[in-house]
Design a protein around this ligand. Structure first.
Ligand code: 5AD
Ligand code: SF4
Length: 473
């Protein structure tokens, strides 16, 4: 399909959803009359930023239908947006579904939906079909936009609806989204992933990589800016391979340059780049930009070149460290964070020591550390596994080293004054507000709700490890 054909298909799908929105609205009005009260909906997110953004879209659709959004899972309609990157995420979802079942016993009209990455695995859908009959509707990662239609099918048929797509080239974006913050928003730039890291299930559940056109992305950012958004987070599984499959290929740094020009957008972040595609052009654009934030999340996964090869990561210990020093050379204040997997099949003590060595040398500001989780159908699932106890012992050692380096790195800004985007009144102490520096670290300082959404200069008085205490100047 050409970009134009994809666009036409997307608008056809969108028109269809608008019709279902109207049908759902009518149903809801009747239902509210019957029950004599407003009906509530709750969307619960498991997993990554992509899922968080999908949840905003789901909430936007539900709000458009007329539901009152709430965080309380005793709502009239509850949707779990699931993650399947690691096995424990799946276990948690099954556990929590049990609680929802109890709620439904007390409110038999309650509607329960599940969507997200877990639902792209046929065995899981089979389990839901057989053992979780109280679930009303199930959909996947490709048809989030079709919630209005799926809900209507459930209402009409009265039975469990399972609507999973294998793939779609269409990208339907123009439905309403209910943003968690009015001043910042995620913006999808690519969907899916072509990298097939051998441990990872994402390419199987999110499909082949597709880029949105730069025109669509810029248009969405402009619309967000006119709606009060000052910070955008560009989202994709591998953002820096953006643009390769388009009819007129564009590079990620070229896209950044276009977004940089949008008035009203003051901060640009992106998540997640892949070290293998982190070009000098990108370092150049970042170092010259006044809007791109001083933060690079650069997943390492392992510090051993041998393990990296078995992971299919296309870089080595040395080339990763070289990339880190090239980034630091051009952006001395950059904060670098990472993801690390411990206990990948075949990992030896020597491989693990390489990981510790990179953590010390790269001076990460923070790291998400994961125990390797075997995912059915991925190549690593058939490799020789590391015993759980060995992996756990390494995991604890890794945490210690990560904490040591992070604490040292994170205290380096004490005494400086930095621009801070205020996100909210502090949850524990209402005399404080909480904001984020461009390096992604949090700062708490005295202030009130009127500052939320503002970028203000804050003097960093003391470092508390993963956050600062400061004073507005
Ligand atoms: N086991 C453990 N961690 C994983 N990740 C992805 N797949 C697995 C797995 N099978 C981690 C990677 C990735 C992050 C989002 O999740 O570190 O960067
Ligand atoms: Fe998974 Fe690798 Fe793709 Fe990231 S780049 S989503 S780890 S396959």
């Amino acid at each position: 399909m050409s970009d134009l054909e994809i666009k036409n298909e997307s608008s056809r799908l969108l028109d269809k959803q608008r019709r279902y929105l109207e049908l759902d609205r009518r149903w809801l009005r009747e239902e509210e009359k019957r029950r004599g009260r407003r009906l509530t909906s709750c969307v619960v997110t498991f997993g990554c930023q992509m899922n968080a953004r999908d949840s905003e879209k789901l909430r936007g659709i539900l709000e458009e239908i007329g539901f009152v959004n709430t965080d309380d899972e005793h709502a009239d309609l509850v949707i779990y947006n699931t993650c399947t990157v690691r096995e424990n995420a799946n276990t948690r979802v099954y556990g929590r579904l049990g609680h929802l079942h109890n709620y439904k016993d007390h409110n038999p009209d309650m509607l329960i939906g599940i969507c997200g990455c877990m639902m792209q695995e046929p065995e899981i859908v089979q389990t839901i079909r057989e053992k979780f009959r109280f679930v009303d509707f199930v959909f996947g990662t490709y048809n989030v936009f079709a919630l209005a239609e799926i809900l209507y099918s459930r209402l009409e048929s009265g039975s469990q609806i399972i609507d999973i797509w294998d793939h779609t080239k269409a990208i339907v974006e123009d439905l309403p989204a209910d943003r968690k913050y009015r001043f910042k928003s995620g913006v999808n730039i690519t969907y899916g992933c072509d990298n097939f890291c051998t441990y990872c299930i994402v390419p199987y559940v999110r499909g082949r990589e597709k880029s949105r056109t730069p025109e669509d992305i810029v248009q969405e950012c402009c619309r967000l800016a006119s709606d009060g958004v000052r910070e955008v987070m560009l989202l994709g599984q591998n953002v820096n391979s953006y643009g390769r499959g388009l009819d007129e290929p564009v590079t990620f740094p070229q896209l950044l340059t276009q977004i940089e020009k949008i008035p009203g957008i003051d901060r640009i972040r992106f998540m997640t780049p892949h070290p293998k595609d982190f070009s000098d052009e990108l370092i150049d654009v970042m170092s010259r930009s006044k809007k791109i934030c001083n933060h690079v999340h650069l997943p390492l996964q392992s510090g051993s070149s041998r393990i990296l090869r078995n992971m299919n990561r296309h870089y080595t210990k040395e080339s990763y460290l070289d990339l880190v020093s090239r980034i630091r050379e051009r952006m001395p204040d950059v904060s670098i964070t990472t993801d690390i997997i411990v206990g990948f099949p075949g990992e030896t003590e020597e491989d693990f020591l390489d990981t510790l060595d990179v953590v010390r040398k790269a001076r990460f500001d923070s790291a998400f550390t994961f125990l390797y989780s075997k995912r059915h159908g991925t190549p690593a699932a058939d490799m020789e596994q590391v015993p759980d106890a060995v992996a756990k012992e390494r995991f604890d050692r890794l945490l210690k080293v990560v904490d040591e380096t992070a604490a040292k790195e994170n205290s380096r800004y004490v005494g400086r004054t930095e621009p801070v985007l205020v996100e909210q009144v502090n949850e524990h102490d209402p005399s404080l507000v909480t904001g984020r520096m461009t390096n992604n670290l949090l700062v708490h300082f005295p202030g009130d709700a009127s500052l939320v959404g503002e970028i203000v200069p804050v003097k960093l008085v003391s470092s508390k490890g993963f956050y600062y205490l400061g004073e507005k100047v």
